[in-house]
Structures are given as structure tokens and as C-alpha cells.
Design a protein around this ligand. Structure first.
Ligand SMILES: NC(=O)c1ccc[n+]([C@@H]2O[C@H](COP(=O)([O-])OP(=O)(O)OC[C@H]3O[C@@H](n4cnc5c(N)ncnc54)[C@H](O)[C@@H]3O)[C@@H](O)[C@H]2O)c1
Length: 389
């Protein structure tokens, strides 16, 4: 199986309980609060059939307040609807690194879709079957709901393994691996060629993938192979993606990756060379911003995201501790929602960020700015203000 069009998703997407005149570019829901939102949505919309790929709504009276969720409830969200919209209509995005609805890639896809962009995704080959069948079976339908009540449409899912640039790079054991057997044309070069063949050009490129086989090992215990594998999957994969997609990116386009504070500050437990890989990714962001800016007027930025309970993060093993630590110590004492990162990516991809390139944008409730952990017992007698809400 080479590539998979999801034409059924288009049908679902075109049906909404909000008339198009009332649609807005306010951003996506948090996964956690979706169920409540969905119930509210269902209570005001007549759901005449609920099948995979097809939910039909017939009501035109829903108001945005009814579907506001935790991630949308602060003042920055209100300003989005009050006259400075993020408008990506007519733009096409390729998001590499989406294999479920829990990670940053999915949240970014939703935010870009909510702003009107067409969504193509690249999914790691071994995860492709389960992702496609889950999509088909409607497992992600609740997470696909956009602020206007429609479902995010994924126009096409491309199999991708970003550690291989072209077919000549693929070793025999991968070629014969049964997890790769049903797919073809999944090296970076081939995926870029397929996207060109299918759609001609793109405007937005997102790299939301990482892998470090020895991530749980301290750097001092990391093997050469483990270290190089972390850099290959998590850093060079971005250089390769941009290199191969740049010729089909429309001038004025935008490219975004995801990084982590472990690139510049010590985070024990984020091992196996992953901290080094993120440092490389951030350095490359600056160099690529220069090269892609000069060559094709493409902006290149990276988002340094706070902790999220994604599939990849759970594999590292201490994600809950990092979330607790952030809530205890960050200037903003709240759990980071993937949608807050999605919204920031939509901003970076939009003309509103037309002069921003080569930057690391922190989307982490401000944790990066702290010099000490204020929950340390040594500060027990200091009067440290706490979020009262
Ligand atoms: N979750 C966090 O706390 C956190 C914090 C900061 C930055 N990030 C970064 O966000 C990005 C997305 O990660 P996430 O945490 O949302 O997890 P995720 O599991 O949703 O995303 C990682 C994706 O990478 C894909 N992948 C792995 N190897 C691949 C390969 N060779 N080719 C193609 N795809 C491959 C996986 O299939 C998966 O879909 C990563 O760069 C990660 O380092 C995550």
C-alpha cells in the first residue's frame, strides 16, 4: 500500500452544525475536555446518524461559548476571534509525525485545519496500519472535532520513515521487515515526490517526530549507535525533510519543528543523546532559516514545547513527573494543552508571523524562564505566590 486517500473524511468534514457564515478561526479543543464538549455539541445538534466518517448535524443555532474548552478559555483565545484571525485558507500543510490523536503533530494538524489549511500527514510506516484503521473506524472522531463543529479532514496519509532519504539507503533487514511489507515509497525523497505528484506544492511543513532508542540511558552510558540513531531520527530527519520539500514549498511558506528545553538545560532522564539531538535541531533551525529564507523565502522556526503525555513521552517513563514539576514551578500553574502548541504553530505558519524566522518559541507556561525550582524545601519560608484558581 503506497498512499491512502481518505475521501470519506471529506464527506464528514463538509457537514457542520454551524453555518459557514458563523465559522471562525478559533482554535482546537483539548483532548481531555472533548468529551464534555462533544456532549454539549450533541445536545444542541440533532445527530441523525453517527457512523465512522460520517456525522450529520442539523442545527444552525449553536454558539461558540457552548463549545469553549479549557484550552480556549483564556483571553488570548478571545483576541483571535475579535478581528485578527489566523487565516490559512488555500494553504496546504504536510505534517510529519502523526500516528495517533495524543501528540503535538495531531494538535498542530487540528489548529492548521481550523485555520482553513488542507492537511496531509506523514505517518511512521510501522504505525501506519493501526493509524489508518483507527481513522477509518472513527476512533479519532471525537478528537477530530474543530471549533466550528466540523471534523478535521486529513486529505491524505503518506507512509514515511524519516531516517531514510531514498531507496538506496534502505538496508535489507528493513526491506524484508513485515511491518514495512505493505507500504512503498516511504523514504523522505519519495514522499516529497509523491506529494508533488498529488498536489504540486505545499505551504507549511511540520516536523513533529523524534526517536532515541536509548533515551532512558544516561549520556555516559549511551552507545555510539544509540547516540547517532537519536540524531538521525530527531535532527537530521528535519534537515532531510526540508531539503526535499523545499523545492515544492511556495515562497512565503513556513516550516516548524518541535524541540525541548533539555537542549539547553540539564533534564536528568532525557538521555540517549536526545538532549544533543534537540540542541542540533535548534542550531539547525537558525542555519536553515538563513538558507531556506534566502533560497525560497521560507521561514524556519522551532517550538520548545512543555511536557505532554504523548505516546513518545510516555515511553521515556517520567512524563507525569515533568508535568507535575511544571505545574509546581512554572510562572503559569496549569497543565499545558497540546492545543496551545497547535495554536502557536498556526500563528507561526500564518502571515501574522511574517517577520519571524530562525527562532525558538517557548510554549511551556514559561517554565524555561525559571532559574530555580520553587517547590524545593529550601524555599519553604519564602512567600512564593501560588495560582489561587
Ligand atoms: N511530549 C512532550 O513532552 C514533548 C515536549 C517537547 C517536545 N516534544 C517533541 O514533539 C515532537 C512530537 O512528539 P510527541 O511527544 O507529540 O509524541 P508523538 O508520539 O505523538 O510523536 C512522535 C512521532 O514520531 C513518529 N516517528 C518516530 N520515528 C519516526 C521515523 N523514523 N519516521 C517518521 N516518524 C517517526 C512516531 O510514529 C510518532 O508519531 C517530537 O519532536 C518531540 O520530541 C515533545
Amino acid at each position: 500500500m503506497a498512499t491512502t486517500p481518505f475521501s470519506g473524511l471529506q464527506t464528514a468534514m463538509s457537514r457542520s452544525c454551524i453555518p459557514s457564515s458563523q465559522r471562525s478561526n478559533v482554535m482546537a479543543f483539548s483532548g481531555k475536555s472533548m468529551v464534555g464538549s462533544w456532549n454539549k455539541l450533541a445536545s444542541v445538534c440533532h445527530v441523525s446518524s453517527v457512523q465512522p466518517f460520517q456525522r450529520v448535524f442539523t442545527s444552525s443555532t449553536i454558539k461558540f461559548e457552548r463549545i469553549v474548552t479549557k484550552a480556549m478559555s483564556d483571553s488570548s483565545q478571545k483576541s483571535l476571534v475579535s478581528g485578527l484571525p489566523i487565516d490559512l485558507k488555500g494553504k496546504r500543510a504536510f505534517i510529519a509525525g502523526v500516528a495517533d490523536d495524543n501528540g503535538y503533530g495531531w494538535a498542530i494538524a487540528k489548529a492548521l485545519a481550523a485555520a482553513g489549511a488542507q492537511i496531509l500527514v506523514g505517518t511512521w510506516v510501522p504505525a501506519l496500519n493501526i493509524f489508518e484503521s483507527s481513522l477509518r473506524r472513527g476512533k479519532f472522531d471525537e478528537s477530530r472535532v474543530l471549533p466550528d463543529g466540523s471534523l478535521m479532514e486529513i486529505t491524505k496519509v503518506y507512509p514515511l520513515d524519516a531516517v531514510f532519504d531514498n531507496p538506496e539507503d534502505v538496508p535489507e533487514d528493513i526491506k524484508t521487515n513485515k511491518r514495512y511489507a505493505g507500504s512503498s515509497k516511504w523514504t523522505v525523497q519519495e514522499v516529497a515526490e509523491s506529494v508533488k505528484e498529488d498536489f504540486g506544492t505545499i505551504d507549511i511543513l511540520v516536523h513533529s517526530l523524534a526517536n532515541g532508542p536509548e533515551v532512558t540511558k544516561p549520556l555516559l552510558e549511551t552507545s555510539r549507535n544509540g547516540y547517532l540513531a537519536a540524531l538521525s531520527a530527531s535532527s537530521y530527519s528535519y534537515v532531510s525533510l526540508l531539503k526535499h520539500f523545499l523545492p515544492i514549498m511556495n515562497p512565503g511558506g513556513s516550516s516548524i519543528s518541535l524541540t525541548y528545553i533539555a537542549s539547553e538545560k540539564i533534564i536528568p532522564g532525557y538521555g540517549g543523546g536526545m538532549s544533543s539531538a534537540k540542541a542540533a535541531l535548534e542550531s539547525d533551525t537558525r542555519v536553515l532559516a538563513f538558507e531556506a529564507g534566502r533560497k525560497r523565502k521560507i521561514r524556519v522556526n522551532t517550538i520548545s514545547a512543555g511536557p505532554l503525555r504523548s505516546r513518545a513521552a510516555k515511553a521515556i517513563g517520567f512524563i507525569d513527573m515533568m508535568i507535575d514539576y511544571s505545574i509546581a514551578n512554572a510562572p503559569l500553574q496549569k497543565e499545558l494543552s497540546a492545543d496551545e502548541v497547535g495554536n502557536s504553530a498556526a500563528f507561526l505558519a500564518s502571515p501574522l508571523a511574517s517577520a519571524i524566522t530562525g527562532t525558538v518559541l517557548y510554549v511551556d507556561n514559561g517554565l524555561n524562564a525559571m532559574g530555580v525550582g520553587v517547590d524545593s524545601p529550601v524555599f519553604k519560608d519564602l512567600d512564593i505566590p501560588k495560582d489561587q484558581h
